[in-house]
Write a protein that binds this ligand. Structure first.
Ligand code: AMP
Length: 143
């Protein structure tokens, strides 16, 4: 299965934030949309960074709550690892494992098409395993 097919099955908007927005705004957006990371995009819709709940936990532990008025750009990860729609799920799983992150934005050149989370990948893998075991059960019953 490709990233494109998995993305088609996802509903809802792509949640983004301006790099100039405050960390408080990012925190609120993560909570409101029940997501673990938010993609920071510039005025032209260009992907500029990613901010995850882990970044917020780390910076709060280091600097305390006053940091929350700082911009997203001061904390986000700028070197974002992305993927394309034609890549396969096992390749993305490998990329997440190697990079030790749980979110991968899907892009076409400069255009942000969506975001794949570890939750999407695990859900897909569980469904695949359930299908395989049902097929095996059917095969054994009819053999
Ligand atoms: P996560 O596991 O996705 O919550 O993120 C863990 C750390 O990796 C945080 O510092 C994120 O900013 C960073 N991160 C998350 N996704 C990516 C990505 N696709 N590329 C690079 N860094 C990322």
């Amino acid at each position: 299965m490709t990233v494109g097919v998995l993305l088609q099955r996802k509903t809802g908007d792509i949640i983004t934030i301006s790099p100039e927005a405050s960390l408080t705004d990012a925190l609120k957006s993560l909570a409101e949309h029940r997501i673990g990371a938010i993609v920071a995009v510039g005025p032209a819709g260009r992907l500029e960074g990613i901010l995850s709940e882990r970044d917020l936990v780390r910076i709060l532990a280091e600097k305390g709550p006053d940091i929350l008025s700082s911009p997203v750009s001061s904390v986000m990860t700028r070197a974002v690892v992305t993927c394309g729609v034609d890549e396969t799920i096992p390749v993305i799983m490998e990329r997440m494992t190697r990079g030790r992150f749980r979110h991968v934005p899907v892009v076409d050149g400069d255009k942000l098409l969506g975001i794949i989370s570890i939750g999407d990948v695990v859900k897909h893998r569980v469904e695949e395993m359930e299908r395989e075991s049902a097929e095996l059960r059917d095969y054994i019953m009819t053999a």
